[in-house]
Design a protein around this ligand. Structure first.
Ligand code: LRH
Ligand code: MN
Ligand code: MN
Length: 424
């Protein structure tokens, strides 16, 4: 963790500037009938999970260029996640991927407790083969033509739930790479039926207080067809399985022109939005930093979430899922968590009564301007004040660099191998 005095010293140097900026924004928002303290409290109470796999440097199938002091185990990864939460106060939980993060539950909970972290959804991996497993997932997992391979994939998901129960997780996220690479390679109907059978077997063992999230993705690793390719198929799965099955929307898993905020609205309307994997993209599942390419789209997603906030039982899971190939993953994850908070704050200050009026009058331009007005407002002082009051860093990036955490861990951690392709 980072020395508390480093955080306090950086905050103190910035306090007068922060108070002046916050007061100026408070005055501006007050004129718009918005109470800044109420927005700040909501932002302060907001949390997003970080993916354990995000703190290691990612790569492409062409190459991976490791950074310094990369985490060598799940416990190193948790240390890095602890720093992210210590500085931002926005990432109280970690989402684990099994078998990548498999470890003794007591050790996981002890480490998490030491760092003030909890565990979010468990993620099962049946898209690659683990050492020594009996049946290969080369031609699929939950939808494989071979019953023994499907049974092995189901069993792995049950194991993820067992482990998750011991560490306080309350959800399982399933994403499979199953699909095909050639027209004619699979019978699409039979393949989906096999997927559904396997998913039913997993859902049947879902603990009472758990939710099951299924995640769709348009393509990759299968390049001709994918069994859970879009939100329509995902909705069918959630509907078939039952009331504790929901759809997970990973922002990067859609074709570039798809209207994701509208998918979000539809899933909310029919009670099947389970949660998010936030990231950004330009071409496909690029796993770029959240808000780095299209912050307006992120805001539009949050606009739908805030709009639905009063829906009974509405509680989607929020997680980041991105890959950091050229940056320090801790910096990227801190920045992304803050970008999500920013989108949330901007959505909170939308004048919803005015928007509804313009919608009723079919005043397209003023409706759009109402959203833009909120989006254009620089809510940074709200985010900073929320962190300041929690004893987190007003400026996490600057404080992180000043603290020299990466150089310190580089001394203790082994040098990580680069070279060939990485998967995330
Ligand atoms: C697939 C995905 C899914 C996996 C993660 C590693 O592209 O988004 O969520 O679990 O990446
Ligand atoms: Mn994902
Ligand atoms: Mn993805």
């Amino acid at each position: 963790m980072i020395d508390k005095t480093t955080i306090a010293a950086a905050n103190e140097a910035d306090e007068a500037r922060l108070r002046a900026d916050y007061d100026a924004l408070a005055e501006q928002l007050d004129r718009r009938g918005i109470d800044i303290a109420a927005v700040k409290d909501k932002v302060a109470g907001y949390g997003i999970a970080v993916p354990s796999w995000g703190v290691g440097t990612g790569g492409t199938r062409f190459a991976r260029f490791p950074g310094q002091g990369e985490p060598a185990s799940i416990f190193d990864k948790l240390d890095d996640c602890g720093v992210i939460h210590q500085l931002t106060g926005a990432t109280p939980r970690v989402s684990l991927h099994i078998p990548w993060d498999d470890a003794a539950p007591a050790d996981l909970t002890a480490k998490a407790e030491e760092l003030g972290l909890g565990f979010d959804a468990m993620n099962s991996n049946t898209f690659s083969d683990a050492a020594g497993q009996a049946h290969s997932y080369k031609f699929g997992s939950l939808s494989h033509t071979d019953a023994a391979t499907r049974a092995q994939a189901v069993e792995h998901n049950l194991y993820c739930m067992e482990l998750g129960q011991k560490i306080g997780s309350k959800a399982l996220t399933i994403w499979v790479g199953d699909g095909s690479n050639f027209p004619g390679q699979v019978n699409m109907t039979k393949q989906f039926e096999r997927y559904l059978d396997s998913a039913r077997a997993i859902y049947g063992k879902l603990p009472e207080d758990w939710r099951l999230f299924t995640e769709h993705k348009i393509f990759e690793p299968a390049f001709y067809s994918t069994v859970v390719q879009d939100w329509g198929t995902n909705y069918l799965i959630a509907k078939e399985l039952g009331e504790r099955a929901f759809c997970l929307v990973d922002l990067g898993h859609h074709a570039p022109t798809v209207n994701i905020e509208m998918i979000v609205a539809r899933l909310i309307q029919f009670g099947k939005l389970g949660g998010f994997h936030f990231n950004d993209s330009k071409y496909g599942d690029d796993d770029l930093d959240t808000g780095s390419v299209d912050p307006y789209r992120l805001f539009l997603v949050f606009n739908e979430l805030v709009n639905a906030a009063d829906t009974p039982g509405f509680d989607p899971a929020h997680m980041l899922d991105q890959s950091h190939n050229v940056t320090d993953p801790i910096e990227s994850l801190m920045n992304s968590a803050m970008e999500v908070q920013r989108a949330y704050a901007q959505a909170l200050i939308v004048d919803r009564a005015a928007l509804a009026g313009y919608q009723d009058e079919n005043d397209a331009l003023m409706a759009s301007e109402t959203l833009k007005r909120a989006f254009r407002t620089d809510v940074t002082p709200i985010l900073q004040m929320a962190r300041f009051e929690k004893g987190c860093a007003v400026d996490p990036l600057v404080t992180y660099r000043t603290a020299g955490y990466r150089a310190q861990v580089a001394e203790a951690r082994p040098v990580s191998a680069g070279g060939g392709g990485g998967i995330v």
